[in-house]
Design a protein around this ligand. Structure first.
Ligand SMILES: Cc1ncc(COP(=O)(O)O)c(C=O)c1O
Length: 403
């Protein structure tokens, strides 16, 4: 069945209020997500927090099945975490790095991840090596393979970077990682919910993602995937009574299940909301929604590139719903604020999010419009009209603030 856009918009209350092209920041939530969160909080208020959790336990447990279904994992390989970064860090700080070990990564790696590579460099003496891109922004896979050595202990890749419209070829990287038996960590923060992500096809060992972006769940949650064989080999960076059992004044023992990456205390209202969002995308079908996202984002790219003064700044061959651009002679933040006043949400991606790529391209920041399947051609046309108007104003009154 085709996607029913009217129905999708009817279950997205925010579309009546705002033109939202900031789905890569935080998408507009689905009505069913808002409803279950509200229902749960009201039940907590009436019944008590622990009692409500017990009452909803079987519904809470569905979360793991729904997340596993979406990425083709098993429910006992899924842990609920606070956000994508927390999931990445739980792997990085559980990993048995030794001095001189190498993390292999890309030019488009996300800031939070790279900061932790740098911290591991400082604390443990690891090295970071960066796989170069070609002139079009595509990762050089042959070069990557030539960089593999016994010192490379982890390949850590951002699937969809925050600033450049690119989809990194996660499956091809996975094939190389597998061939050389190197563990593979995927930051799928922007890809899960946006495009098909299948951990078996990608052959990653670890993955982390977030609720609030393309999955359209509530803020403040994420989930991580750890391939089962790693549960015996990793020591969680901190313990919690979920799986660590305190025996006496000197001892504890650990159940080596995926739960060792979870906290005992969780925002269960949000977990149920996140779970609803997962059920929603599983039901819609990720192939269909991904096709629509690509269609809309390509339309936006095409139309933007016809406007005088606009430079579309996306790189690479395979592109996604994130569209990055700049308008000549106007600071990104000024354009962003102008659009906000017109009830249009976009965002600005700054250098500090992706330092290596931005420095290579001489960019301090870019404007970003990120499209989801519930957006429409009409919204794109409206957006383009506004941008064309601003471009005209800027050309007429160089260096004066726009009104
Ligand atoms: C590519 C990428 N990775 C990781 C993150 C961090 O996600 P979170 O804020 O959920 O930790 C972001 C956030 O924008 C991102 O764009």
């Amino acid at each position: 069945m085709e996607l029913n856009i009217d129905q999708l918009r009817a279950s997205t209350p925010g579309v009546t209020n705002v033109l939202h092209f900031n789905n890569a920041g935080c998408s507009l939530p689905i009505k069913e997500v808002i409803d279950i969160i509200t229902e749960y909080i009201q039940t907590e208020a009436m019944m008590g927090g622990y009692e409500t959790k017990d009452y909803y336990q079987s519904t809470i447990d569905q979360f793991y099945h729904r997340a596993a279904q979406l990425i083709n994992a098993s429910p006992d390989e899924i842990a609920i975490v606070g956000n994508a970064t927390e999931g990445i860090n739980k792997v990085l700080y559980a990993f048995p790095f030794q001095k001189g070990d190498i993390i292999l990564t890309t030019e488009v790696e996300y800031g939070n991840n790279y900061l932790n590579f740098l911290n591991l460099k400082k604390e443990k003496g690891i090295e970071i090596e960066i796989i170069p891109n070609d002139d079009f922004g595509n990762i050089l896979l042959e070069k990557m393979e030539s960089m593999i050595s016994p010192k490379v202990k982890l390949i850590a890749i951002t699937h969809i970077p925050t600033n450049s419209g690119l989809v990194v070829p996660a499956e091809k990287i996975g094939a190389i990682a597998q061939k050389h038996h190197i563990p593979y960590l995927l930051d799928a923060c922007q890809s899960v919910g946006q495009m098909p992500v299948d951990v078996k096809k990608i052959q990653c060992d670890f993955l982390s993602t977030t609720s609030r972006k393309y999955l359209r769940g509530p803020r403040g949650l994420g989930f991580m995937y750890v391939r089962k064989k790693w549960l015996q080999k990793l020591n969680p960076p901190s313990l919690d009574m979920v799986t660590a059992h305190w025996e006496d004044s000197q001892n504890y023992h650990l159940d080596r299940t995926i739960k060792m990456f979870e906290h005992w205390e969780k925002p269960y209202a949000m977990v149920l909301g996140f779970s609803k969002a997962l059920a929603y995308i599983n039901e819609l079908g990720i192939e269909k929604t991904w096709n629509r996202i690509q269609y809309l984002a390509n339309l936006l790219r095409e139309k933007l590139s016809t406007i005088d003064g606009i430079q579309v700044l996306d790189i690479g061959t395979q592109k996604c719903g994130l569209v990055s651009f700049k308008l000549k002679d106007i600071p990104c933040e000024e354009l962003h604020q102008f659009l906000l006043k017109q009830n249009i949400n976009t965002s600005v991606s700054a250098r500090f999010c992706t330092v290596i790529d931005m420095d290579k391209r001489g960019l301090a920041s870019v404007n970003r419009a990120s499209i989801h399947y519930y957006n429409t051609e009409e919204e794109i046309n409206f957006f383009i009209k506004k941008i064309a108007y601003i471009a005209e104003q800027v050309a007429l009154a160089k260096n004066k603030p726009i009104k």
